[in-house]
Ligand binder design. Sequence first.
Ligand SMILES: Nc1ncnc2c1ncn2[C@@H]1O[C@H](COP(=O)(O)OP(=O)(O)OP(=O)(O)O)[C@@H](O)[C@H]1O
Ligand SMILES: Nc1nc2c(ncn2[C@@H]2O[C@H](COP(=O)(O)O)[C@@H](O)[C@H]2O)c(=O)[nH]1
Length: 201
Amino acid sequence: MSSAVSRGATPATPDRQPRLTVLSGPSGVGKSTVVAHMRKVHPEVWLSVSATTRKPRPGERHGVQYFFVDDEEFDKLIANGELLEWAEFAGNRYGTPRQAVLDHLAAGEPVLLEIDLQGARLVRESMPEARLVFLAPPSWEELVRRLTGRGTESAEVIERRLAAARVELAAEKEFDETLVNTSVEDVSRELLALMLNNSGE
Ligand SMILES: Nc1ncnc2c1ncn2[C@@H]1O[C@H](COP(=O)(O)OP(=O)(O)OP(=O)(O)O)[C@@H](O)[C@H]1O
Ligand SMILES: Nc1nc2c(ncn2[C@@H]2O[C@H](COP(=O)(O)O)[C@@H](O)[C@H]2O)c(=O)[nH]1
């Protein structure tokens, strides 16, 4: 049985224009894990690299997981209109560089954004053709286990992220599709299928 649940009517794309896919879901649900697995198998999927004021975690590299910038640089990105969307999340700012997204869509590539709920709402406003996919945990207890078990955040930050998670889970119905992250392999396959369907393939 598929774990994909349709939310609302998303008509089949009549042309072969690639569409933007936005993946959101509470912190710790497994978005990065699922996307990394999918891209290992399908490196042709282009993932936007966001800018953030968050400090790198061990092993994260500038230009790979994020463009790590300070507050002043982030202010400049906003002022110069270089971000498609941006949001503050659990004490840091995150934003999607606009031009790279437009370039990859123009080149006909499937484009994926992994962003929070606020960003997903902004993308829906500015690019209503985007398909919004919500990644849900199998249960609240499992979400807490994953976020805590990752071991990258302090107890205080985990609390902030869990507070945001309650808001994000309540917004699931705003999304076109829901995938439940029980199995990374299954969800990666389902996400890829949604993306390729987006581009009419
Ligand atoms: N299907 C799964 N089953 C069990 N553990 C999982 C699964 N998917 C991801 N995880 C684990 O959950 C933790 C959180 O995953 P990940 O960092 O990918 O979440 P995220 O949604 O990208 O979080 P954030 O929004 O905070 O960046 C990791 O330790 C990861 O290994
Ligand atoms: N609105 C945006 N949200 C983003 C962007 N890049 C990442 N994110 C989201 O932030 C949180 C926290 O991420 P973390 O790496 O610090 O754990 C998570 O929900 C990401 O999806 C962005 O460009 N815009």
